[in-house]
Design a binder for this molecule. Structure first.
Ligand code: ZN
Length: 231
């Protein structure tokens, strides 16, 4: 893995005693990786991430993992808010939905697998807590989006992917999503359609509609079973 130090001033200390137990994946949503790296290192932008990976698989290190990077913004997962405090953030160079969303190249994903593997083992991050920015901020964010290869990553032990399941959802959709970890109203200011969209970008990428259609309900049931299974 080719790693280049590009320190960012946009960082501070993590609150004392906060565990690092989330890995949050993003796309940069900018035309070029260089433009994104410059922004993440610009004190005026007030944003950063721990790492950026360009389309050729070069990793730029911005913020030491022990410190808090500023990538998640207003966010919620499984009862916790302000998730910069407890997460590692990785940006993947991709123009995103605004500037021409494209598949993530193989070299970029290979570098991500390497990098994420190390992060997960250094901090013992549970598989179900490897998330997309849209999972933790569904009302505001779409990244890394439906082209992100969550299933392929799960094959490498990074994140979860549910086995195909014919199981019907036997609890209300909102309750199942909340028990998986998603913020739902009234706890979080978000519509059910937005939360379903975030779930679909992650787990039903072939059909992002914001609707609880039968296939989406089956996958909610499958993810719910995986996440709530006794260890
Ligand atoms: Zn993001």
């Amino acid at each position: 893995m080719r790693l280049i130090e590009r320190p960012s001033p946009n960082r501070d200390a993590r609150p004392e005693g906060t565990p690092i137990d989330l890995l949050v994946l993003h796309y940069t949503g900018m035309k070029t990786a260089e433009e994104a790296v410059e922004r993440l290192c610009d004190p005026a932008s007030q944003v950063s991430a721990h790492y950026t990976i360009d389309t050729e698989g070069t990793v730029f290190a911005h913020v030491p993992e022990a410190l808090r990077a500023w990538h998640a913004g207003v966010s919620y997962w499984a009862g916790a808010r302000g998730l910069n405090a407890r997460s590692i953030g990785i940006e993947l160079a991709n123009p995103g939905h605004e500037f021409g969303y494209v598949p993530f190249p193989k070299a970029q994903i290979e570098a991500l697998v390497d990098l994420a593997d190390g992060i997960i083992s250094r901090h013992s991050i549970p598989a179900a807590r490897v998330l997309g920015h849209s999972d933790i901020a569904p009302a505001r964010k779409q990244d890394p989006g439906e082209l992100f290869p969550w299933k392929g990553l799960a094959d490498f032990g990074i994140g979860i992917w549910p086995e195909h399941s014919a199981r019907a959802l036997d609890l209300p959709v909102e309750q199942a999503l909340a028990e998986i970890g998603y913020g739902v109203a009234p706890e979080v200011e978000v519509t059910l359609e937005q939360v379903l969209g975030a779930f679909q970008r992650h787990f039903v990428p072939e059909s992002v509609t914001g609707e609880a259609d039968p296939e989406t309900q089956r996958r909610i049931a499958a993810v719910h079973a995986l996440v709530t299974a006794p260890a």
